[in-house]
Write a protein that binds this ligand. Structure first.
Ligand code: F6R
Length: 366
């Protein structure tokens, strides 16, 4: 069943070149610079008049949702909030009918996410569910259902379903951005070309996983890890930290890099590896400054950077490379690197990778 892999998690990481292709199959209209989203029951007028979107999710799906917020704001010009479903449902959301709630849930069964959707509906919001499981409870509760089509995921730690969620969010954002006239056909084409390159680029990362394995082994005995990133790489840092803590039991924090100096810098010593997502984009110089900040406290810095980036070698102790991609799409590639880092760390510690202690694949209790 594991098709020769030692764990389902490793198998599922390796399935990503294919699962991503399944996620976007038949949807990317490269020549027209549009994305076909027939499953979205929102007509162009409704999309044009959307005032706000709220994304609700838990765990890894919530991390995906943060990228979703940035994409909807940048590509579709829609003010977007992202909320942890368990907080949203007990807060006092101010919602009205011209708004959209987007629930992201791999299993479609997470109790808090279902409750957040029900609560949004009671305010008259339209609801969209992004889920991987056909016929799951969320599909009976939402107006529109967008399936991520990543195939069944057995490992408790979400991997291929996370990247499938990201791809779905790119497609939704491009679709809405074109409908609202926020991005041009050429801008959309550029993003679509970059999306289509991802499967091959992920394969390239997988082919060179030995380097990531060596890095993981070197630091597997550490007690604490930090992951830092800015803007689109901030959710990548959060997800990298979540993967590491859930399967290797190493304490890990994901931080918006600019927040480090507001407290957590006090924890950084030569014993804390800091993973910095330092791919090319408009926050590149800023993350370099953050790397210098932690280097000054003697931290070991592991950078995730582009293949052609020579400069980074001056700052980081170790560099894990990803192929060049659009600033908006590179988070998918960096995430795969961090999935492998977590996997090989847990492997070096002989952890129960597919069934980490205390965790269940779907959380149907509140
Ligand atoms: C982490 C993980 C969990 C889930 C969370 C939400 O690897 O899998 O954090 O992401 O329990 O689950 P879904 O997406 O099924 O609602």
């Amino acid at each position: 069943e594991k098709s020769g892999y030692d764990h389902f998690m490793l198998k599922e990481i390796h399935e990503q070149p294919t699962s991503i292709q399944n996620t976007f199959a038949g949807k990317l209209m490269e020549l027209e610079g549009t994305v076909r989203m027939n499953e979205l029951y929102l007509n162009p007028e409704q999309i044009k008049h959307l005032r706000r979107a709220t994304i609700v999710a838990c765990g890894t799906s919530w991390n995906a949702g943060i990228l979703g917020k940035y994409l909807f704001e940048k590509l579709a010009g829609i003010h977007t909030d992202i909320e942890t479903a368990s907080e949203f449902r007990y807060g006092n959301p101010v919602l009205c009918g011209e708004e959209l709630t987007i629930a992201i849930t791999q299993s479609g069964e997470t109790a808090d996410t279902l409750a957040a959707v029900r609560s949004s509906k009671s305010y008259g919001c339209r609801t969209v569910a992004i889920t991987n499981v056909v016929g799951s409870t969320i599909t009976r509760e939402s107006d529109s259902i967008v399936y991520t089509r990543a195939g069944p995921e057995i490992g408790v730690a979400a991997t291929k379903t996370f990247t499938a969620q990201l791809i779905t969010l790119y497609m939704l954002a491009i679709h809405m951005g074109r409908t609202r006239g926020v991005i041009t056909a050429d801008e959309a084409k550029d993003l679509i070309v970059n999306l289509k390159r991802l499967p091959g680029q992920i394969q390239r990362i997988l082919n060179r996983k030995e380097k990531i394995k060596e890095c993981a082994q070197q630091f597997a005995d550490k007690r604490d890890y930090f992951f830092i990133g800015r803007y689109l790489n901030y959710p990548v840092a959060l997800e990298g930290a979540l993967k590491l803590k859930e399967i290797s039991y190493i304490h890990a924090e994901g931080y918006a890099a600019g927040e480090l100096k507001h407290g957590p810098l006090a924890l950084i010593t030569e014993e804390t590896p800091v993973v910095a997502i330092a791919t090319k984009g408009h926050t590149y110089d800023k993350i370099l400054s953050n790397i210098k900040e932690v280097k000054a406290r003697n931290a070991v810095v592991i950078a995730v950077a582009n293949e052609d980036d020579k400069e980074i070698e001056k700052y980081a102790d170790m560099v894990l490379r990803i192929p060049a991609s659009h600033e908006m799409t590179s988070p998918v590639l960096s995430s795969v690197v961090l999935q492998l880092l977590a996997y090989y760390t847990a492997l070096a510690k002989d952890c129960s990778i597919d069934k980490p202690r205390n965790l269940a694949k779907s959380v149907t209790v509140e």
